[in-house]
Design a protein around this ligand. Structure first.
Ligand code: ZN
Length: 423
């Protein structure tokens, strides 16, 4: 998907007016001052920002599971019992899953590193003693790698629960199967309610103490209670982390915002196994939309279009909570003055103003379609019930049209490279 990154570069370097659509630009999309210029690029600042945050090279969806404590008998609702945890690890082995590290997830999304089939990553938050006593022996038995996110002020302390000590964490880190990464110092309920200075301290101090005590390189962060927004994400990036996971229920898939990567709660575990069983055919990832899109009748009319619309005339319309999950995986058409993208919807894309700007600069229009009919010139197997359907298609010459298609033969005659059902 290097082409996607190139597209982002082209888009960022272009600034044309779009007749009929007012362009919105969020302040938060300005390149960060710490950004290094990209090589040989006239639009260096913007390019660097986009390629730093938006990872576009992954071709597979990877679930990351967020566990907390595992204990013989549940103490809080998000605990798992030993038996429940054992059942999930058994299921992974039985289904032929490949448990990979967060490093592998990052290398895949960012660099396109190949992963084994059914790749999944396991994370454990809050550093409780159950992670040492009950989780570690099971991970060792299966040789499953994992990441433990610990809040550093409570290492070795007892609050409601006992926590692992630095000695135990050193033993774990030295063994190499489990990687220890920070989860703030004090585990504030919601970082978004704190000042920049307070948040910086939580991020920097926890990173420094983990690196000092364990001697490993801190790279990853988990938002306490999953609460992060664009301001917090920028502070996380600024503190030197390269990726951060929240608690949004979605698969990790490209294009991904490195500062808003999703994780599933263990109660969603069965959904992951189910989807692996069902997913035989190739899932579409992303396709470029040419700049000529701006000249089409659809582009003009969709500025007034029906929903689900996330951007209309450059104005962001936040997806209601009830949409966030039902839209996952559906094709999202994002168009700006320099071109656009056809991409699978993930919840972070509809959460806040500015998110779509990481994919396409100055998005003037973003509309969620129903499903992909053709991707990369190949049918996806979803064309059987096409009757008077409104379809956006991209032809071989890059022509973008929206037409009413009476049946699938009509659509086949057009030899589309990409086709998305809009209705
Ligand atoms: Zn936590």
């Amino acid at each position: 998907m290097n082409r996607l990154r190139l597209l982002i570069i082209v888009v960022l370097a272009t600034s044309m007016a779009v007749p009929g659509c007012k362009l919105g630009r969020s302040e938060s999309l300005q390149p960060s001052s710490s950004a290094q210029p990209a090589e040989n690029s006239p639009a260096a600042e913007g390019v660097t920002f986009a390629s730093e945050r938006v990872w576009s090279n992954g071709t597979t969806d990877i679930p990351v599971i967020m566990y907390h404590d595992v204990v013989p008998k549940k103490e809080v609702w998000f605990d798992l019992t030993n038996a429940e945890f054992e059942r999930q690890m058994e299921a992974l082995a039985a289904v032929g899953a490949s448990v990979v590290s967060l490093d592998d997830v990052v290398s895949h999304l960012r660099d396109g590193k190949k992963l084994p089939p059914k790749a999944i990553a396991l994370t454990f938050d809050d550093g409780t003693l159950g992670n040492y006593e009950n989780v570690l022996p099971v991970l060792r038995r299966y040789r499953f790698p994992a990441t433990f996110f610990v809040h550093t002020a409570y290492v070795g302390k007892k609050t409601g629960k006992d926590h692992m000590t630095w000695d135990q964490l050193r033993e774990i880190q030295a063994e190499g199967l489990v990687d220890i990464q920070p989860h703030t110092v004090t585990h504030p309920d919601d970082l978004r309610t704190m000042t920049d200075e307070q948040v910086r301290k939580e991020l920097q101090d926890s990173k420094a103490v983990v690196e000092k005590e364990l001697g490993n390189k801190v790279r990853y962060f988990a938002y306490p209670s999953g609460h992060g927004d664009e301001r917090i994400a920028r502070l996380v990036l600024e503190a030197g982390y390269i990726a951060a996971w929240n608690e949004i229920r979605a698969w990790n898939s490209a294009p991904a915002d490195a500062m808003h990567l999703p994780r599933f709660a263990p109660k969603r575990f069965d959904e992951v196994i189910q989807r692996w069983r069902e997913t035989a055919k190739e899932k579409p990832v992303a396709a470029e939309l040419p700049a000529s899109l701006a000249g089409t009748d659809w582009y003009a009319s969709a500025c007034l279009g029906d929903g689900p619309v996330l951007v209309r005339r450059g104005e962001f319309i936040q997806a209601p909570d009830r949409w966030q999950y039902s839209l996952i995986g559906r094709p999202l058409v994002i168009a700006g003055p320099g071109g656009g993208l056809l991409v699978r919807y993930q919840p972070w894309m509809g959460q806040e103003d500015g998110a779509l700007g990481l994919l396409v600069e100055q998005p003037a229009l973003a509309v969620v379609g129903t499903k992909w009919l053709v991707h990369n010139g190949k049918e996806t197997g979803e064309m059987s019930n096409l009757r008077d359907a409104r379809v956006l298609y991209i032809g071989e010459a890059g022509v973008v049209r929206v037409l009413s298609v009476t049946d699938r033969e009509k659509l086949r005659d057009l030899k589309p490279q990409e086709a998305v059902l809009l209705d």
